[in-house]
Design a protein around this ligand. Sequence first.
Ligand code: MN3
Length: 202
Amino acid sequence: MPFELPELKYEYNALEPVIDAKTMEIHHDKHHAGYTNNLNTALEKHAELESYSIEKLLKNLADIPEDIRTSVKNNGGGYYNHALFWEFMIPGGAKKPSGELLKMIDESFGSMEELKDLFSKEALGRFGSGWAWLVSDANKDLEVLSTPNQDSPISMGLTPILGIDVWEHAYYLNYQNRRADYVKAWWSIVNWDVVADYYKAI
Ligand code: MN3
């Protein structure tokens, strides 16, 4: 079964003024659609992979046939990372995590503010295109890291529970070269309920 572009659960303009409608439209309808189509095209060459979930593909890159491995890594990563990214954001969502996740954030980083500082540093320090992530390992230990291109933490055996796209296509129309302003503003649209749910599910 070919992968399908997930629909946005909110309007293009729902995240304004943090992310403008035009950026959301191009990002979802062109960039995410492109990764989805390119992933499907790559997989057409290998029918034996057609039952694989996106998670299984990305967790087992070393087993993917060499002729499509890079394409699956880049386009599969793009497909998966963006599907998560839309979920991580919401207009007017919970402003901070609660329960188990909040407790672990305090234990792991000291406080929410320290987590935000660390995460923002990763987002700003990622040279070129990539992502910053809050991830959990199988023991539910938390870590902040960044990845280049469309590399996904899931390929490193980690579960992404929050991530920000810092490719220029994610912010350039509104922020131009001011990635720091985009990252700072972005915290106000994080959907902490979803982040807590992803963490709980590990
Ligand atoms: Mn993107």
